[in-house]
Design a protein around this ligand. Structure first.
Ligand code: AMP
Ligand code: MN
Ligand code: MN
Ligand code: MN
Length: 289
């Protein structure tokens, strides 16, 4: 398998903070020309049993997927897991624990926003939540747009929900070592998601990649909807430097909010090893064409 494959290995459904159901996303991926597809909900694999057969029946190849929230060097880092066994008990337990603090965090976010004159955010955000265990900042952002506080979710994050802003609550997620271990012991492959998003110094970023490799991580997202064209080139170099396989994923959340459509990114540079080359025996083949 080469890099010349329309693979989209990163997106979100209503099972986390996307607005489309897994089945609807699968159909959209097919329409957009995706050949190999992965649903990667945050900290949750409850959508996999819905995504897999739907994708296969539509003629898509499928890999299991998840995006795990990790705390590293004082920031939140996302680790994508691909091609793992979805019935693996330690992985399921780790994800359950990672989801665990979200309810309390959301209550605290709501209390902080009330103090700056924005009451009842928790109740309002719940209207947008598809999975009660997965209340996220995105759901808060959608309600703040609906009530007219901001014009779009980007503005909400900038003014209220990012670090240092009134609605931000620091949170302890999984460790890098745990997240990579949960994925790899379940026969999956761990990938650093959208590395340009973290705002790390050069030293912190080196430490992230170095420790990730030490723990058994093997891939990095090079082509992602979260990167500029220049950042895609830069992390292609990082993949070469650290001998990591490369991944490609839109990080699609919603037709209204996402700037990158499913399957619409440029292909990976031809000299890189695509992650799907390392996962060939984990790919679930289409059942229809
Ligand atoms: P959480 O896991 O609750 O911390 O929420 C993180 C999610 O917020 C990410 O997965 C994105 O979907 C969303 N997000 C983060 N930053 C932004 C932003 N600047 N604009 C829009 N959505 C964002
Ligand atoms: Mn998200
Ligand atoms: Mn992410
Ligand atoms: Mn994502």
């Amino acid at each position: 398998m080469t890099t010349y494959l329309n693979a989209d290995l990163h997106c979100h459904s209503t099972v986390s903070d996307g607005t489309l159901a897994p089945e609807v996303l699968a159909a959209r991926a097919k329409t957009q020309g995706v050949e190999l597809w992965v649903l990667t909900d945050h900290d949750e694999i409850g959508g996999q049993q819905r995504a897999t057969p739907t994708a296969q029946a539509l003629g898509l190849a499928y890999l299991s997927g998840v995006e795990i929230s990790v705390s590293f060097a004082g920031k939140t880092v996302h680790i994508v897991g691909l091609g793992f066994d979805t019935d693996n008990a330690p992985l399921q337990a780790g994800l359950l624990a990672t989801r665990g603090g979200r309810g309390q965090r959301a209550q605290e976010m709501s209390e902080q926003l009330a103090r700056v004159g924005i009451p009842d955010e928790y109740q309002g955000a719940l209207k947008f939540v598809g999975n009660p265990e997965l209340i996220s900042r995105t759901h808060f952002a959608r309600f703040l747009v609906e009530r007219g506080t901001c014009k779009d979710t980007n503005e909400v994050f900038r003014k209220y929900l990012s670090e240092g802003k009134p609605g931000f609550v620091p949170h302890r997620w999984a460790t890098l070592k745990d997240a990579v271990s949960w994925i790899t012991q379940a026969k999956g492959l761990a990938v650093i998601a959208h590395p340009a998003r973290y705002g790390f110094t050069a030293n912190e970023e080196y430490a992230l990649f170095d420790e990730f490799k030490t723990h058994g991580g093997r891939g990095v997202e090079v082509m992602t909807g979260s990167h500029s064209a220049a950042e895609c080139l830069r992390y292609a170099d990082t993949a070469r430097e650290f001998s990591l396989a490369a991944s490609r994923g839109s990080d699609f959340h919603s037709p209204e909010e996402s700037r990158t459509e499913l399957g619409a990114l440029p292909l990976l540079p031809g000299d890189l090893t695509p992650v799907w080359e390392l996962l060939q025996d984990r790919i679930q083949a289409p059942t229809a064409h």
